[in-house]
Design a protein around this ligand. Structure first.
Ligand SMILES: *C/C=C(C)/C=C/C=C(C)/C=C/C1=C(C)CCCC1(C)C
Length: 268
């Protein structure tokens, strides 16, 4: 039986609740932002919206699962397990859908074209799926060795993905304007910092912490990383497509908009 203090219970409760709000708000934002970018970039905002709405759904399921898994013992100051299991599968199902989409979102603004784009997308999507599928058996196991083995296997595609992204974003930076370069630089750091949180949070149960602390730390870590890696990252990508949209508008002969575009606000 694993008891949680009221503060521990509330920390997870509040972080799940906050993340639902952040994902929901980001969904509305990205939908509205669609109309402010050139036609060819609208797909990028659509993908950003799709990612956060999938996450919003899974967080609301996790929230219900959390409230079902623990109940307050009146007067005792603790929450005890009800016997219903907190379902970690929602997280992994979410990542399986959203991580490939996050990669697609980034590749879409890097101006990689043709065969190279198709091959890169395919390799990254396969690596992302492997990373998540290999992590899952360790995540749901209470056995330290099992957790360590699957975690290590999952780290192989993880390192591959970060290496490829680091290189590709670096290559794109060399060809972009100063303004876009600045955003790409930040995105690269944000990717490394936020994606790096996941394996650390995964390791917490191995660190001889008290199990309740490890559980709470892990849930908090995953939630914070998800807010950075989805809505905040999406906003940074949006900043890039806005700059590119403004540049295209400025370069168009009569300040006109890109063809097929009925949604941009009138140019000056
Ligand atoms: C929006 C969700 C994102 C960006 C999820 C990213 C997840 C990871 C980078 C997970 C990585 C893991 C390892 C590198 C090893 C241990 C198992 C995982 C799956 C937690």
């Amino acid at each position: 039986m694993q008891n949680l203090s009221v503060d521990q219970y509330d920390t997870v409760y509040n972080s799940l609740s906050f993340t639902i709000a952040a994902m929901g708000a980001a969904f509305v934002f990205f939908l509205m932002a669609r109309g402010t970018v050139a036609y060819k970039f609208q797909r990028v905002t659509e993908v950003a919206a799709l990612i956060v709405v999938i996450a919003c759904y899974h967080y609301s399921r996790m929230f219900s699962s959390w409230t079902a898994a623990y109940s307050h013992v009146a007067g005792s100051g603790v929450y005890t397990q009800t016997g219903e299991r907190f379902n970690e599968a929602y997280r992994y199902a979410d990542w399986l859908l959203t991580v490939p989409l996050l990669l697609v979102e980034l590749i879409a603004v890097l101006y990689i074209t043709g065969n190279k784009k198709a091959a890169l997308t395919r390799n990254l999507v396969i690596a992302a799926a492997l990373m998540i599928v290999l992590g899952y058996p360790g995540e749901v196991s209470d056995n330290i060795t099992t957790r360590l083995i699957w975690g290590t296997l999952s780290t192989i595609p993880f390192v591959y993905i970060l290496f490829v992204l680091w290189t590709e974003v670096g290559a794109a930076m060399a060809t972009e304007s100063e303004e876009v370069k600045g955003w790409l630089f930040s995105i690269r750091l944000l990717l490394l910092a936020s994606w790096g949180v996941y394996p650390i949070a995964y390791l917490l149960p191995l660190l001889h912490l008290d199990p309740a602390t490890a559980l709470v730390g892990k849930q908090l870590g995953y939630s914070i990383a998800d807010v950075i890696a989805k809505p905040i990252y999406g906003l940074m990508i949006y900043a890039i497509v806005r700059i590119k949209t403004q540049r295209e508008q400025a370069e168009a002969p009569d300040g006109a908009l890109v063809p097929h575009d009925h949604t941009l606000p009138p140019s000056r």
